[in-house]
Ligand binder design. Sequence first.
Ligand SMILES: C[S@@+](CC[C@H](N)C(=O)[O-])C[C@H]1O[C@@H](n2cnc3c(N)ncnc32)[C@H](O)[C@@H]1O
Length: 241
Amino acid sequence: MIPESFDIPSFQQRPETYLGKSRAVSEKDVFRFLKQAIRAQGLSPMRFLDVGCATGDLLAFLGNNYPDAQLAGIDVDARLIDVARRRTELSKAQLRVADGLTARLGKFDVVTSFGTLGIFDAFEPLLENLVANTSPGGHVYVQALLNPDDIDVRIAYRDNLNGLDWMRGFNIFSRAQVSRWAASRGLKTRFSDFRMTSFLAKRELLPHRAYSLDLADGTRRTTNGLCLLLPETLMELHVPT
Ligand SMILES: C[S@@+](CC[C@H](N)C(=O)[O-])C[C@H]1O[C@@H](n2cnc3c(N)ncnc32)[C@H](O)[C@@H]1O
């Protein structure tokens, strides 16, 4: 019998990722990749929701690029939402502490969730709820580790260097499995490999963080101290009209 879940505490935030000096770069290559994907679909979204928005970097980017759009963001971590609420670029955004698996905030043209799916041991609950918050004809964009091979991978890691207990956050789901689930709900999927162009240096004191690896074939990939070659993907789900 395959266990439904590892006996590991649920997701724990690593605050240095979004708060303080070691925080991740605020405007990521993947944000620009998302903008191109939205443009390629010919969309002019007016309502955005970001699920797992942390301190609101993606929302700030969207606000800059779609100045007339309404922005909403949720995260379970109140410390991160507090920081997002203090950002002047997000003064008009609706920001809430809420669970992305259950929160219903309305119907949005575009719903995003970046770097959050891999926290959960199953992809369905989060994707179901993202779709439930999307208007008919709208689009969901998920940045996640999605496997081109038809294998789901659950990962637990323990960062001994930083004296931490077992953690999660890097689960990898099969693209084919996600596609089968989506097809059963009448949703179309599209997966785009996301490859960083900027160079990310290894952070010796934060070994779980992604860093660049230039391969012999000329491609730039990301890896981390979990010994993963990260299958970084931007997934689109098209919700029928
Ligand atoms: C790895 S971070 C990604 C943050 C941001 N989207 C980014 O791309 O940098 C995952 C985020 O998901 C949030 N999170 C974890 N579980 C959640 C849940 N059930 N509902 C909403 N947010 C959640 C965490 O607090 C954290 O901010």
